[in-house]
Design a protein around this ligand. Structure first.
Ligand SMILES: Cc1cc2nc3c(=O)[nH]c(=O)nc-3n(C[C@H](O)[C@H](O)[C@H](O)COP(=O)(O)OP(=O)(O)OC[C@H]3O[C@@H](n4cnc5c(N)ncnc54)[C@H](O)[C@@H]3O)c2cc1C
Length: 573
């Protein structure tokens, strides 16, 4: 089987917020001179970025300052964020809110026409801007509309990428499989921006869409690019059981209360000042602690939970800006949150770790490859991301990456593109092999279910050495078993099982990285909590982990954290 070759200048892998913003910036700067191919395994508007409801944080009002937003972010990160990157990010975020407004984004406004801001966890002032309960959808729609008007942006919907190929230490092309036909297409280009989002579906109980399977992370890792701080996974404290539908943090910003089975506002014990609006990692651990101390309530399907009382938010808001939340609660839980508290539980929600990128250029160790959005570790979020900091981070890093890729492609101008690597066929063959096997011992679904179980049980919110070692052993056993994985569907057209088999192989590599990085971090910081090392240890671990691919599993090393202004102190809310 041979791959068709498409020549272009820049490939943007991913059409979520970060990918779209990157493509627009590159296209704007290149004024029609260079082509961009945007590749997505789903139709653009089915990218995960349509889901967010909460909003985007930025300094836009009197009484707020860049200094305050930066400090809130650094403190929220448990001092693992690189402070120079955070300072640049908070300064660039407001420009993106305004830019989106100019492109047609319908931000919510008050009667006087001012943008409405609301409170989010661990932000000291209200600075989260939103478009009613469809923020992600409207951001995506605005960017997609803008991208369609670009000079030279071409979309390849439903192309599934399987490998990043390099030649002599430089990016050469991206191998994809067109889902509609099962044919392979090789995008040969000068540069690549990876914008494939997080790794959420590695866990069982998540808020992520089914498409978020860490493909870009795994491809970059196997192409030799290190992954940074992968042990840090965020749980969103309040979601509806068993679906993981978020009860957005904005509700708590508008007065919703967390209660245990005694009707007690238990957050007063864990964060006396900020209460329900403490950082997410703190609220998540508080909920599980209450439940383990016998103060949980009976949730759907017998799952123990705590209660979220949204009645203080008020009828008007619950019927307008939280309409979807209310509808979901009635439809999926059979409870009207206007009338009674609803059971909630934390679910895996965000990957702080990602592709190791340099400074604000967002280049990687492989020449010509850049990364943006959730897949990139720009060290903005450190050990714990603040709610509503991801959407602006996707926009800002998308813009940075688009600009860097443009500068890179321009510098290459006149140089011929590398000739295709001779072993494209070999990559096609190995991508194809996954489907060729008619018989085998195990299906992708069986492996995925076992993987999600072990990640949930042993690499979850509370971790310890014994569990992590057992998890690594199970993951390696599953990797071994995956050699005999087979796909029952024999069709070439829209073979979902085939795609899924690839996703499972990606998840297996990433699970090993997450569990190994977690094992070596013998301290508790932000979202990474070790029962056997419950304190933060700045002396030994104020540093980023870097996991590099080897045939025998990840090799973990460390690089320093950049501290420009704020010396690490105890995080108290
Ligand atoms: C339910 C929910 C609500 C959230 N709410 C908020 C909020 O209110 N505020 C906030 O700041 N953050 C929020 N977040 C986080 C935020 O939504 C994400 O971090 C952000 O949308 C990620 O965008 P992205 O562009 O990096 O990736 P995505 O939107 O996930 O896009 C990834 C793209 O990569 C493509 N892709 C992936 N793999 C492949 C492959 N193998 N081949 C081809 N294409 C591929 C996909 O098709 C997709 O187009 C929320 C997250 C969740 C789960």
């Amino acid at each position: 089987m041979k791959a068709e070759v498409v020549n272009t200048d820049l490939v943007v892998l991913g059409s979520g917020l970060a990918g779209l913003r990157a493509a627009i910036e590159f296209d704007k700067l290149s004024r029609g001179k260079y082509e961009v191919a945007v590749i997505s395994k789903v139709q653009v508007m089915r990218s995960h970025s349509v889901a967010p409801e909460g909003g985007a944080a930025a300094v836009m009002r009197e009484g707020d300052s860049f200094e305050q937003h930066a400090y809130d972010t650094v403190k929220g990160s448990d001092f693992l964020a690189d402070q120079d990157a955070v300072q640049q990010f908070v300064m660039d975020a407001p420009g993106e809110i305004i830019q989106l407004e100019h492109w047609g984004m319908p931000w919510a406004r008050d009667q006087e026409g001012n943008l409405l801001a609301r409170s989010f966890g661990a932000h000291e002032v209200p600075r989260t801007y939103f478009a009613y309960d469809r923020t992600g959808f409207f951001l995506m729609k605005t960017l997609y509309d803008r991208a369609l008007k670009g000079d030279n942006i071409r979309f390849y919907h439903e192309f599934f990428a399987t490998a990043i190929l390099a030649n002599e230490g430089r990016f050469n092309g991206l191998l994809t499989m067109e889902r509609a036909t099962g044919n392979f297409v090789y995008f040969k280009a000068k540069a690549l921006i990876v914008a494939t989002g997080g790794v959420g579906r590695i866990y069982k109980y998540v808020t992520y869409s089914h498409t978020v399977t860490g493909d870009g992370l795994a491809m970059a890792y196997r192409a030799g690019i290190p992954l940074k701080d992968m042990e840090f996974i965020q749980w969103l404290p309040t979601t509806m059981i068993p679906y993981g539908i978020p009860a957005t943090e904005a509700l708590r910003g508008h007065g919703a209360l967390l209660l245990n089975s005694d009707g007690e506002r238990f957050m007063k014990k864990y964060a006396p000042r900020k209460m329900e609006l403490a950082a997410r990692d703190i609220v998540t651990r508080a909920i599980f602690t209450e439940i383990s101390e016998g103060k949980g309530v009976e949730g759907p399907r017998g799952v123990k939970a705590v209660l979220l009382d949204t009645r203080p938010v008020g009828e008007e808001r619950l019927k307008s800006i939280y309409k979807t939340f209310r509808e979901n609660s009635i439809q999926f839980l059979g409870k009207d949150p206007l009338e009674e508290p609803i059971p909630v539980l934390p679910a895996a929600h965000y990957s702080m770790g990602g592709i190791h990128v340099m400074g604000t250029e967002l280049s990687t160790t492989l020449k010509g490859v850049f990364a943006a959005g959730e897949v990139a570790n720009v060290s903005l979020h450190g050990a714990n991301r603040l709610g509503s900091n991801s959407l602006p981070a996707c926009l800002v890093t998308g813009k940075w990456a688009g600009k860097s890729a443009f500068n890179y492609v321009m510098a290459l101008d006149g140089e011929l593109m590398d000739k295709p690597v001779e072993d494209i066929d070999k990559y096609v063959e190995s991508s194809f092999n996954v489907v060729k096997k008619e018989r085998g011992a195990v299906t992708p679904y069986e492996i995925r279910n076992k993987l999600q179980d072990v990640m949930e049980e042993k690499v979850g919110v509370f971790r310890n050495e014994r569990d992590l070692m057992e998890a690594i052993k199970t993951i390696r056993d599953l990797k071994e078993a995956s050699r005999d994985m087979y796909v029952r569907d024999r069709a070439f057209e829209y073979n979902l099982e085939w795609v899924h088999a690839h996703e499972v192989l990606n998840l297996l590599d990433l699970a090993e990285v997450i569990a190994t990085s977690a094992l070596y971090r013998k301290e508790s910081r932000g979202a990474h909590f070790r029962q056997d090392f419950p304190s933060r240890d700045d002396g030994n671990f104020l540093k980023h982990s870097l996991a590099s691919y080897t045939r025998d599993g990840p090799l973990v090393s460390y690089v320093p954290v950049t501290v420009t202004k704020w010396k690490p102190t105890e995080r108290v809310y």
